[in-house]
Structure formats: structure tokens, C-alpha cells
Design a protein around this ligand. Sequence first.
Ligand SMILES: [Zn+2]
Length: 293
Amino acid sequence: MSDEAVSAYISRRRIGEAEITLVSEGSCLWAPRLSVPEPEWRRALPEADAQGRIPIGFAVAHIRLGDASVIVDPGFDDPGSAWQARFDAAFPSLAGLVRTPGLRAALAHIGVAPDRITHVLITHAHADHFAGVTAERDGRQHARFPRARHLVGRADWERNPKRAEPASDLAVRLAAIERLGLLDLLDGEREVAPGITAIPAPGETPGHMIVRVRSGAASFYYLGDLFHHACEVEHPDWAPPGRDGAALRASRDALVADATASGALLVYSHGRFPGWGRIRRTAAGPRWEAAPA
Ligand SMILES: [Zn+2]
């Protein structure tokens, strides 16, 4: 594979001693339907098409620090899988997804063996963030990271109505991980490995978390769906429908305070790949600023 083809779906940065690898699972058009009148969101989303759709990505992170080898948001099943074949029917709002070679190929490329992954951190229990915990072969679910502790927010598991839907990815895939005894539930902030901390950040879902990596003076956050688009940094009360606006605002304010003070490198799940950025305080308020490698 050419360097250009690799850099289209794999992007790596160092944060102190930590190595952060972002892997793009794919891209599509998606309508965020932000909670403000159309002229307002159109001003903030000049790239939106006639249907209000913007190009988005699906970024998985791999973090290597000390003895830890951590996946954040394991994304999708493989591009050729039965799960992928059902994708447009299962996720009509994401129809037309264009896949990359995917996470399995990316890990092979960077020399990370799936059975050496120590932790899988799931920012929240939406299927586009966790379906890749298993791979489907011959109609059966196989843990992709069979030695990893898998962590999800307690509320996203225990109070999730999808558990009662037998065909849902939660009931099929994450439940398979639970049956294997690999699932842990997060209640409060937890350092899962030295320098790598899961931090509750509810709003997108009740159990949503973000992940902070600290090494020396440097820090990085994987933000999941704390922001869906950079315009939500400038407009922290904007969100797609169905979110808990007050909780989301509080979680965003806490992150912005820390990220502007620390200068942390940031990524949110659905930025256009690779999507590295920082949040700067300006006279007009906080702003997202791209941070290309
Ligand atoms: Zn998402």
C-alpha cells in the first residue's frame, strides 16, 4: 500500500512517551439537525448540502503507553463482514458509508496484535462506536480483543433499552463481551493504566465518557461525541436532537476549561480524518483550531 493510501486512514502522533494512532473506519454524509433555526446552523456549517448533510468520519484511537495497548471506540466490523452488508438498512442516517481497509488492517500495519490489546474503552453505547468489539464469522460473535478489559459507562449498559432488543448490536455484540466476562462498568473517573484516564462526560448518552492521555507535560483527549462538529465548540448549547442538553453543556464546559489551560491535543469521533485539533480561548470565546501533524 502506498504511503498516501496509508495516510488516508492511519495518522500517528506522539504525546510525551505515548504513541497515539488514529484509524479511520470510513466516511459518509450525515445531517446533525442541530437544535437551532436553519439559517443559524447553515452559517456555522457552510459545507452542508441541500439536505443539511455534512461529511463526517469515524475515528478509532489506539494508544500505546508503557505496558498499556488501548483501543478507544473499536468502531465497526470488518469491511467485508455480514454486519457491513446490513449497514445501510441498520443505520439509514449513515447510508452511503465509504469504508477504509478498517481497524484490523490498520493494527496489522502498525504491528499491534489484537490479542495484546489490554483495554478497550467505549466512549458510549452507540453502535458506530462499539460494534467492532466482536467480529462475526459463520454467524457467531468472536471477541476481537480477547484479552482486553472492555470499559463502558454503567448507565449506558445497565439502563440501556437496547438490551431488550435481541437484534440490536448492544444485545448481540456488547452482550457477547459481557458473557465472556470481559466487560467492566465505569461509575466515576478511573485511571485504567498509568497516564490513561476514563472521565465521565454525560450528555450524548447518560454514560458517555472521554479519555485523557497524559505523559510528561503533554496531554491528549479522545472526546467521542462530546462534540459532533467544531461549530459546537463555539456554540456549546447546540446539539443534535435527543441529547441531554444541560448535561452535555456541563461536560463541554469542563473539557474546554481543561483543554484551553493545558493546550491538550484533541480528537472527536466524527471529525473529517484525521481531525487533530486544539481549543483556543479567544476574545469571542473558545474556538476549535485544526492541528495538522
Ligand atoms: Zn457517534
